[in-house]
Design a protein around this ligand. Structure first.
Ligand SMILES: [Zn+2]
Length: 118
């Protein structure tokens, strides 16, 4: 959690505690509707703390995704990505790739001469 988020949470909790104590005073010496209003206001502060922690989790997840996206070599991806990468690395030449491995380019080092007897 960032420093500003922690500070906000502390402020929310202090405000919520002050509103809760005001609610107690209102129930004892004031009117019940004012006490209910202060209780509701103190619960809003608790909701704000929960929301701030959820936002912190979202920020952390976004930062993790940004790091994963920035350094793809450190995280090779799924097994399918690895399989496709290995097949692409094993490809010989373009003609070999498009002919499903039956023929090679004329400049390819793997080109074998076809015998005239075949
Ligand atoms: Zn080839």
């Amino acid at each position: 959690m960032a420093r500003s988020s922690r500070l906000l949470c502390v402020l929310y909790l202090v405000t919520g505690a002050a509103l809760a104590s005001t609610a107690v005073v209102a129930f004892r010496y004031g009117s019940a509707w004012a006490g209910c209003l202060f209780v509701a206001a103190s619960l809003v502060q608790v909701i704000a703390v929960v929301r701030e922690s959820v936002l912190c989790d979202h920020r952390r997840a976004a930062a993790r995704l940004r790091r994963l996206h920035a350094a793809p070599s450190a995280h090779p991806g799924t097994a399918l990505d690895v399989a496709v990468r290995s097949q692409l690395d094993a490809a010989c030449c373009e003609r070999w790739w498009t002919s499903l491995g039956t023929d090679h380019d004329s400049a390819c080092r793997h080109r074998t001469r076809r015998s005239s007897a075949a």
